[in-house]
Design a protein around this ligand. Sequence first.
Ligand SMILES: Nc1ncnc2c1ncn2[C@@H]1O[C@H](COP(=O)(O)OP(=O)(O)OP(=O)(O)O)[C@@H](O)[C@H]1O
Ligand SMILES: [Mg+2]
Length: 295
Amino acid sequence: MQVVSISSLKGGVGKTSVTTGLASAALAAGIPTLVVDLDPHADASTALGVSPDDQLDIGRMLRSPRRAHLADNVVPSGWVEHARINGGANGRANGSTNGRTQPGAATSVLDVAVGSAYTGIYDRPDLGRRDLRRLSAVLADATNYELVLVDCPPSLNGLTRMAWSASDKVTLVAEPGLFSVAGTERTMRAIALFRQEFAPKLSPAGIVANRVRSGSAEHTFRLSEMESMFGQLLLSPHIPEQANWQQIQGAAHSIHHWPGDSAKNAAGLFDTLLQNLLHPNGAAPAGTVRNRNLR
Ligand SMILES: Nc1ncnc2c1ncn2[C@@H]1O[C@H](COP(=O)(O)OP(=O)(O)OP(=O)(O)O)[C@@H](O)[C@H]1O
Ligand SMILES: [Mg+2]
């Protein structure tokens, strides 16, 4: 299992959009995935189309990690049902790990630890070492997933640092603009410090350049600046500005199941991004490349 945090110091740069794009690619590839919505605004939960029943949200699970029992409290993303109705995410049956889905109904797994304002109580700058381990304790139960994506709030306070403590990798999201590039550099320094003190195994998985406008001279300049500042940590491909992105998110749809060429193109970019993120040296371990274009 790989735990990947999606973070940025700056708000609105596309953390949730990249998280959901990667989740969509993982669902399409048949990679059993959990999205942890750690942002008190719970945008990822909205975009993933969850309909919680009586499950605990992630804030309440963090409050009592040992009693939380993650498997009982995750909620399947509404995308799984979409995928099943529309020909299925690669035809595997759905076996949501919370035990609430019908046995034998389907096997693609995209579960959500649902966000809530309650997580806000942990978003303090002075969160202690014990509190930092709360998410790791909740995820100790997450053995059924190959991938855990953690959508972080836009700060380096307690919640983001709690996510980093539980993660193998951190992915940063940046728009190719002056302030965002500067914020990314500061965040890279914060990761290096955090790693020294709390999480020796944590590594920066890289930086995703989001909302890139191909015709913009400023964006071209900032992208080349990012290349020289961050080298291979700047992940490829970049994610372009996508005109219908808000419409897709508003409909709580996965990009892989939205009609039209621009969504198809964006879905392909997220497929490649996911592969590059999970297998940075190019070679996926035998038997793990299940990436297929399903539309
Ligand atoms: N590639 C893109 N093309 C077009 N719109 C985008 C793109 N990425 C993100 N957006 C839009 O930008 C807005 C902010 O994106 P998003 O919510 O993903 O950012 P965020 O970093 O998670 O924000 P926050 O810091 O508030 O959590 C949203 O309305 C989203 O639809
Ligand atoms: Mg967000």
